[in-house]
Design a protein. Structure first.
Lengths: 346, 349
């Protein structure tokens, strides 16, 4: 009897297509949001991993190395090198600036040291006045740009170094950043350490990689929670569209349903017909939604990295939505008097 | 061998808060292979009775027995099984599923009892080909003529070889050419192992039937001479739902016209005093009494046939009164034996 539901859907194909398009927008946006949230989490992991460090030393009482505004003496890095368990310790300075109208992370790192980015094109920055920039910024090798009073030359580009809500990063020699942002004072914002640090130097604290990621994710938390709420709302919207479609169909098919009931069709069989409709609509919307999300992804201000489980999640949501919609339709069908088949309501 | 037995079947339902009793104490026996015609005007209860036979509504009282099965007692799975396999129904407006082809509309009955898609279609194809619809198998209802749609509906009703075929006004939407084929099909459907009951108001179908059951109240021959009836206080003159053959003029006392409500209470429609008359619509239009009449005090009424009453009105009513009476909606004054006679319409439908 599921065929009856399927043929009815084909019979109402225009409405079906419209409902699929509307629902697919909800599912597509849901996938885009999932992709955006995933990107925000992934970029945090990527920038921390780029340092190839096991520990980060920051000023005591401050937050993580990418969010703190407290400074350390640069000499602590050299002191740490003599500590047992420390293989390497490189200081870096983190600052923010605006380039080409975009907020940009500025990282002053030791050339060839921890935090120096892998270059995609060109070469690493070695001398003062050289920079390696994220390709998102749109600079090409050899291009010159101004950072405050200094003019810098792009000697290389890198990728996947955005963080803090998708902001691209410019990597400069540490001395240039100190000169730009700290008045040339020998201070740094953090020290990346490969190995272990048995005792934190006075006035500092030691954070492991997980703590640094948590700290960098913290400012994004409210944003990702908001996205999760919107996601739930979108799922509800999709459920509403599918349920409305199935319910309206049940309303319009009242006479058909009455005839089927007069023929002794049990409710579970009626449910199967409606479930076919709800599931077909919801699953078709997932497919179209996935295509919509892929089509819209390049237009989003953030990179979209929709993980595989998000598709699975939307698929499960679609199945639930389809079945719930069928239940809504069934509720209507149960109340239809089979005597309506005779044109009367008892 | 199939037999259908109805005993004292009464069906009541609520309509606008009032109790309606279209079927009142009906007894009926239908023999195996018989085609019975339920004949009657709109509203006389034909379709309601078919609904009860199809187990779509339960009578208020009485028994419907098909062979050994008491239909009124069926519940749950047994009820569904009865509707699936024992009954086939042909509806006035065909009631084919618009999204399905003719083939699938018939196959639905087989799918409904668990047949596979292919088995259902094979069975449906065989029946439709028998009914001359071989070239219409893939057509949707909207692409079929009324007669073809009704043949598909009959094929659907017959596809599981039911013991009882019910047809509700099967020719209502058909032209004369189409009617002929449908009548032949219905006639041929009544055969050993199957009974056919057709509800219609179309008396052209009379020759089709083995037996005709008239559900519209019959006009019984009545005394041409008025009868004087004395009614002690509280006694009933007639009940709601009774056939009505005469109108009444109140000579003395007061008559209450009372209508039953769906919740069991009664509603006083009107009190009719001396010199007024009531109850003329039932005999005039062959309707059942839509209210009961009861003496409020010791009363005397006189019966009049509709003809007598009309003559009385024509000879003694004023012109304006006659116009009012034609509207059969209110009170009409008429001179009778020197006194005023006022009509009270009892059929407030």
């Amino acid at each position: 009897m599921w065929r009856v539901g399927l043929f009815d859907l084909i019979h109402r194909r225009r409405r079906f297509v419209l409902a699929v398009l509307a629902t697919s927008l909800a599912f597509g946006l849901s996938l885009l949001m999932a992709g955006t949230v995933a990107h925000l989490k992934n970029e945090t992991g990527r920038i921390v991993s780029l340092f190839r460090a096991d520990r980060f030393v920051v000023a005591d009482g401050g937050t993580g190395p990418f969010t703190t505004t407290r400074l350390l003496r640069a000499s602590i890095a050299a002191d740490l090198m003599h500590e047992p368990g420390v293989e390497r310790a490189d200081a870096f300075v983190q600052a923010r600036e605006t380039l080409k109208g975009k907020d940009v992370n500025i990282l002053g790192t030791t050339p060839g040291g921890l935090g120096a980015p892998p270059v995609k094109t060109g070469r690493p920055a070695r001398e003062s006045g050289e920079a390696v920039v994220d390709a998102v910024l749109g600079y090409h090798v050899g291009q010159r740009f101004r950072l405050g009073a200094h003019e810098l030359t792009v000697v290389g580009t890198t990728t996947n170094t955005t963080y803090y809500f998708g902001q691209p990063t410019a990597f400069l020699p540490i001395a240039d950043v100190q000169a730009q942002f700290l008045g040339g004072q020998p201070y740094v914002t953090a020290i990346a350490v490969r190995g272990t640090v048995a005792h934190a130097p006075p006035g500092t604290q030691v954070l492991d990689v997980a703590a640094v990621r948590r700290d960098l994710n913290r400012p994004q938390k409210s944003g990702t929670q908001t996205v999760a709420i919107f996601n739930t709302l979108l799922w509800l919207m999709a459920a509403g569209i599918v349920a409305t479609m199935v319910y309206l169909t049940a309303l319009e098919r009242a006479r058909d349903i009455a005839v089927l009931k007069a023929m002794g069709t049990p409710n579970r069989t009626l449910f199967s017909g409606m479930a076919v409709q709800g599931l077909a609509l919801a699953l078709a919307a997932v497919v179209v939604g996935a295509l919509v999300s892929r089509a819209l992804a390049p237009t989003m201000p953030f990179a979209v990295e929709t993980p595989g489980f998000a598709y699975l999640e939307v698929l499960v949501v679609a199945i639930v939505v389809g079945l719930v919609a069928a239940l809504v339709g069934l509720r209507r069908a149960v109340n239809i008097d089979p005597a309506l088949a005779f044109g009367r309501q008892s | 061998m199939s037999t259908l037995t109805l005993r004292d079947v009464t069906i009541e339902y609520s309509s606008g808060g009032y109790l309606v009793r279209p079927i009142n104490g009906l007894d009926l026996d239908v023999a195996d292979g018989e085609l019975v015609l339920l004949l009657g005007a709109s509203g006389c209860g034909k379709t309601t009775l078919l609904c009860a036979l199809a187990a779509l509504l339960t009578p208020t009282r009485g028994s419907i027995r098909l062979n050994e099965t008491e239909v009124t007692k069926l519940r749950g799975r047994a009820l569904a099984e009865y509707r699936r396999r024992t009954i086939g129904v042909v509806y006035q407006s065909f009631n084919l599923i618009p999204s399905l082809s003719a083939l699938d509309n018939v196959a639905v009955a087989s799918w409904n009892v668990g047949a596979s898609g292919r088995a259902g279609r094979d069975r449906a194809r065989a029946i439709l080909e028998t009914l001359g619809l071989k070239d219409r198998l893939r057509h949707r209802p909207s692409d079929l003529s009324g007669g073809e749609q009704q043949r598909v509906a009959i094929a659907r009703a017959l596809s599981l070889d039911p013991q009882l075929l019910l047809a509700d006004e099967p020719t209502a939407h058909l032209d004369e050419l189409q009617v002929e084929g449908i009548l032949r099909l219905l006639r041929e459907s009544a055969r050993p192992g199957r009974m056919v009951i057709v509800a219609t108001h179309d008396d052209r179908l009379l020759p089709l039937a083995d037996r005709v059951i008239e559900l519209t109240p019959r006009r019984h021959p009545v005394q041409t001479e008025p009868i004087r009836i004395e009614l002690p206080a509280g006694s009933s003159l007639f009940a709601q739902g009774d056939d009505g053959d005469v109108a009444y003029v109140v000579e003395k006392g007061e008559i209450e016209l009372i209508r039953e409500l769906a919740d069991g209470r009664e509603e006083l429609v009107q009190r009719v005093g001396a010199g007024r008359y009531f109850g003329e619509l039932a005999p005039l239009f062959r309707l059942r009494r839509t209210a009961a009449a009861r003496a409020a005090v010791d009363s005397v009424v006189t019966t009049f046939t509709p003809g007598d009453l009309r003559s009385l009105m024509a000879s003694k009513a004023t012109p304006s009164d006659a116009r009012n009476h034609a509207s059969v909606a209110g009170h009409v004054g008429a001179q009778r034996d020197g006194g005023d006679v006022e009509a009270v319409v009892d059929d407030h439908r």
